[in-house]
Write a protein that binds this ligand. Structure first.
Ligand SMILES: C[S@@+](CC[C@H](N)C(=O)[O-])C[C@H]1O[C@@H](n2cnc3c(N)ncnc32)[C@H](O)[C@@H]1O
Length: 249
């Protein structure tokens, strides 16, 4: 049975020119591309000769199950030489890459990962604020408060409290619960927080707040993907962000 190779490719945070040269080359050589619903259409255009299949959460119930995606990748690799699974940001961060890698390797299929620019790096670039800073931040925790199916909850709030800088993925729409949990473990209501929506895209949006103000500020977000970032590195950001985004209070 002919067996192709599957590439797990990071599409980056949204802006097409943040795609790596390697990702562009792999897309140009692809026979078929399975992509997340949110991947920028300009990135998909690079896969000019490939069949394109949208998969992922926003594409209906059937396609959203990870087992279904794994099966389709395996079937495609038995038919085509170059199969691309294109994911938002970096595939190895909150991208369920490990499930796909394990399923493909168990089926005897070669897999290669192409890194991408994760949302937190695009957001940091927008803010002109480094996640780390000598004398202020030497630890960064990247977490999601969301509990995946079959996962046990864990003490994410304490992890956020212990790090100098915390980046929360898939969190902005649970701002009230998050704030409650962080206050309960002892984080100050004055702790600096910043919300970044659609980082790296033309409609990106920045809202600065304190932890106490987070629930009200999160209600100002639109429908785009957003990060909640917190820590002293974001103190004093307000004036600069207002200059950058005059519409945001
Ligand atoms: C399933 S995770 C995928 C993360 C992705 N693998 C990465 O490395 O950025 C989706 C979450 O990433 C964040 N996200 C993705 N793209 C974003 C963007 N352009 N701006 C802000 N947050 C983004 C949001 O928190 C969203 O809910």
């Amino acid at each position: 049975m002919a067996t192709g190779k599957v590439w797990l490719v990071g599409a980056g945070s949204g802006a097409p020119d943040l795609l790596t040269l390697r990702a562009a080359r792999v897309l140009q050589q692809a026979d078929i591309v399975f992509h997340d619903a949110l991947v920028n259409p300009q990135v998909l255009e690079l896969a000019a000769v490939a069949k394109r299949q949208a998969v992922g959460k926003r594409c209906g119930e059937l396609s959203s199950t990870q087992r279904f995606i794994n099966r389709r990748l395996i079937e495609a690799a038995r038919r085509y030489a170059n199969v691309v699974r294109l994911k938002g940001g970096d595939p190895m961060l909150f991208g369920r890459a490990q499930e796909e890698i394990d399923a493909l390797q168990q089926a005897g299929i070669e897999v290669e990962v192409v890194p991408g620019v994760s949302a937190m790096f695009a957001a940091s670039a927008t803010l002109n604020r480094s996640l780390t800073r000598r004398g202020l931040s030497r630890s960064v925790v990247v977490l999601t408060p969301r509990i995946g199916q079959g996962c046990a909850d864990h003490d994410w709030a304490r992890a956020a409290l212990c790090a100098d800088t915390a980046v929360l993925y898939m969190a902005a729409r649970q701002a009230q619960a998050i704030t409650r949990a962080l206050l309960a473990v002892g984080m100050s209501a004055q702790h600096p927080v910043v919300l970044v929506e659609n980082a790296s895209l033309p409609d990106e949006r920045v809202i600065t707040a304190t932890l106490g103000e987070l629930p009200a500020c999160a209600r100002e977000l639109g429908h785009g993907p957003a990060l909640v970032m917190m820590g002293e590195v974001y103190a004093g950001l307000m004036a600069q962000v207002q200059a950058l985004q005059p519409k945001v209070a």
